[in-house]
Design a protein around this ligand. Structure first.
Ligand code: SF4
Length: 699
């Protein structure tokens, strides 16, 4: 810090890593960022931060940043640096030619949950108003799309029901498939504080995560289930609650659809859901399951927090609905201290979903098939909107391999590294005639691109991110964009180049606040949001509108968004991914505190604590029978592919289960994961892969 000089000014902005959404004061000496100081008035973090937000911002100035647009005729040729106009005209000509030859639905867009709300809104607008189709998707596809489906079906809205502050009034915390210490560190600290003050804790996770046992915190129950059996475990808890008469009948009668509940109660009371009946399947002792269910139902205010260990399964959406059933069954929705809360992995997953970057939904979770919804956007945009839902990311790739999908604009997302079944992703990209990558770095996906448009970091732009508690936080420009343009400007320039190809009028936004004004005008839950309101309140939780001008910390207080709460039938169905003699172990994946996703940012930040490789956690018994010792190189193989990494022997994982992270391109963990996915949303089943582990000499 001393070398960078004394700060002369500061700008309040929001961390661009996880869904906690911590506020920071970026302290500047002229145009040099001296340090990031956690902001004490930030409502999500109250002056706290983790190592990533505090220190891992050096990537913005990294030498790997690409600052000039580049094009090439084919992916076998070297890149040519060109002026912005030439790159945009090249991209527009190619995409237009593809649509002329193969139809308007032959191209699409993938955006990232790292982008601001305003950027995401513009990208889906480009898809619908410029390309004329609904082929728009986001990386939420591969993380929280089942949350959208499951909470939408049961509660009527796809979002966490309570604010972070509410945890202070929680008596029983139930964590399912989430590792907050590593994934959501600042919120984990608040959780631990509450646990140290006496709240009880149940953790459902195949792995003994830090929160199961850490300083002065010990879970009352850790249910180390076999990967892929979430529905059986949550249903068994519901079975105990219903058959032992522990449900909150008055709440259910008052708030939920009673006929649906009766149907559900009959279903869940069936002996096949009893803890004793699922013990062998789940690997969780029946007595522990019964005790956990009784504690959750009778321990006072119960709050459920869940993560990708719930959603990234073939039954991800079913598990989300099972969790919602459990909360309604126990009356744990609609007051402080209770609720169902998806812990969002990326900074703006919530916003990406809110802004309509799904192929079936316009902003505000409104189906594109509804004529009155389309009419709102048709009036605002002056175009007709395609009433047919578009392609999801895996469908785009399948269609590309089949030859019907030919062009892609990919913003802020490295699908080659982050999506499952890497070989299939590569085949899809290779088959396309025009791939436009818009990013900070020449990522793995860019190996298959024809156009590269340089992106801007969160320090270089204005906008908003929406965190896991639906809090809309301002992102403020700390320094000028190194590439010359903020990302929303690049999307607008691309849209205008495309519009010029067909002689249509261009867009003329001059500041992201105007995009937010358009969002507010078209989306009822954002109707009261503006940059002026955000300056006045600091941040605001949606819905923010005439009925709730100060925002909405707690959802479903006077009734569910859906009118009444809907109990859904949640039958356990085994995944198609099966262990057998060739692949006898189950692999599951997760994060570590100091790294972030595929590591594009954290690996480009100088700091000695950043882990430099992914490792495979394996139980000592499984290691011994394979002749594997601590630190050995091992070959990790599945039906999809194989990779090599070092072994760590630990009883954090049960026998039969192995675990790794997915942060390093050298490992390419997704070479191993399969293309099985959630039945409702196509969210990949990253968390269950049958594998074999054997000694190796190294990569
Ligand atoms: Fe950033 Fe999340 Fe860490 Fe907060 S907890 S500083 S939002 S990575």
């Amino acid at each position: 810090v001393a070398a960078l000089g004394t700060p002369t000014r500061s700008v309040i902005t929001t961390c661009a890593y996880c869904g906690v959404g911590c506020s920071f004061k970026a302290e500047m000496n002229g145009d040099t960022l001296v340090r990031m100081v956690p902001w004490k008035n930030g409502k999500a973090n109250r002056g706290h931060s983790c190592v990533k937000g505090r220190f891992a911002y050096g990537y913005a100035a990294h030498k790997d940043r690409i600052l000039s647009p580049m094009i090439r005729d084919s992916i076998d040729e070297p890149w040519r640096e060109v002026a912005w106009d030439e790159a945009l005209a090249f991209a527009a000509r190619r995409m237009h030619a593809i649509q002329e030859r193969h139809g308007r639905r032959s191209v699409g867009v993938i955006t990232s949950s790292r982008c601001t709300n305003e950027e995401t809104y513009l990208v889906q607008k480009l898809t619908r108003a410029v390309f004329g189709n609904n082929n728009t998707d986001t990386c939420a596809r591969v993380c929280h799309s089942p949350t959208g489906y499951g909470l939408g079906k049961t509660f009527g809205t796809s979002a966490g029901t309570q604010d972070f502050d509410s945890v202070e009034q929680t008596d029983v915390v139930l964590i399912i498939g989430a590792n907050p210490t590593d994934g959501h560190p600042v919120f984990a600290s608040r959780l631990k504080k509450r646990l140290r003050a006496g709240a009880r804790l149940i953790v459902v996770d195949p792995r003994r995560t830090d929160i199961v046992r850490s300083a002065h915190v010990e879970a009352d129950h850790h249910l180390p289930l076999r990967p892929g059996t979430n529905v059986a475990v949550v249903s068994a808890m519901a079975h105990v609650i219903v058959t032992e008469g522990l449900m909150d009948e008055a709440y259910i009668r008052d708030r939920c659809d009673w006929d649906e509940f009766q149907h559900y109660a009959e279903f869940i009371a069936d002996p096949r859901h009893a803890p004793e009946a699922v013990e062998a399947l789940t690997g969780v002792p029946a007595a522990d399951l019964r005790a956990a269910a009784r504690l959750f139902a009778t321990g006072g205010n119960g709050a459920i927090y869940y993560g990708l260990g719930v959603t990234e399964h073939s039954q991800g959406s079913t598990t989300v609905m099972a969790i919602a059933n459990l909360a309604m069954l126990t009356g744990n929705i609609g007051r402080p201290g209770v609720g169902v809360n998806p812990l969002r992995g990326q900074n703006n997953v919530q916003g990406a979903c809110d802004m309509g970057s799904f192929p079936h939904e316009l902003p505000g979770y409104r189906h594109v098939k509804l004529p009155d919804v389309r009419a709102i956007f048709e009036a605002a945009w002056g175009v007709k909107i395609d009433p047919e839902p578009g392609l999801r990311i895996p469908n785009m790739l399948d269609a590309a391999v089949e030859g019907t999908f030919k062009g892609l604009y990919c913003q802020g997302e490295d699908i080659l590294q982050s999506d499952p079944d890497t070989h299939h992703v590569a085949a899809g990209l290779k088959a396309m005639e025009c791939v436009i990558v818009h990013d900070l770095f020449l990522n793995e996906t860019a190996n298959y691109a024809h156009v590269f448009l340089p992106g801007s970091s969160f320090l270089e732009k204005d906008g908003t991110f929406t965190n896991a508690e639906r809090r809309i936080n301002r992102v403020r420009r700390v320094m000028a964009p190194r590439n010359g343009y903020e990302d929303w400007e690049v999307t607008q320039m691309l849209a205008n180049a495309l519009l010029k190809e067909t002689g249509r009028a261009g867009w003329h936004y001059t500041h992201p606040s105007q995009i937010m004004d358009e969002i507010a005008a078209t989306t009822p839950s954002f109707a009261g949001v503006s940059y002026e309101r955000l300056e006045e309140l600091g941040s605001v939780q949606w819905p923010c509108n005439e009925a709730a001008p100060q925002g909405t910390p707690l959802m479903h207080v006077d009734g569910f968004q859906a009118g009444r709460g809907h109990f859904m039938i949640t039958e356990y169905v085994a995944t198609d991914e099966r262990t057998g003699p060739r692949f006898p172990l189950l692999l599951t994946t997760g994060r570590i505190l100091s790294q972030y996703n595929v590591g594009a940012q954290t690996r480009r930040t100088e700091n000695s604590i950043w882990h430099d490789q992914d490792v495979l956690e394996i139980h000592p018994h499984d290691a011994e029978v394979r002749g594997v010792n601590e630190g050995d190189w091992v070959r990790l193989a599945s039906r999809a592919g194989e990779t090599t990494l070092r072994a760590v022997l630990t009883d954090r994982v049960s026998p039969g289960v192995v675990y790794t992270t997915f942060h390093h391109p050298m490992t390419q963990a997704n070479v191993v994961t399969t293309d099985f996915s959630d039945w409702a949303t196509n969210c990949p089943e990253y968390k269950v892969t049958a594998v074999q582990v054997s000694p190796s000499n190294g990569p």
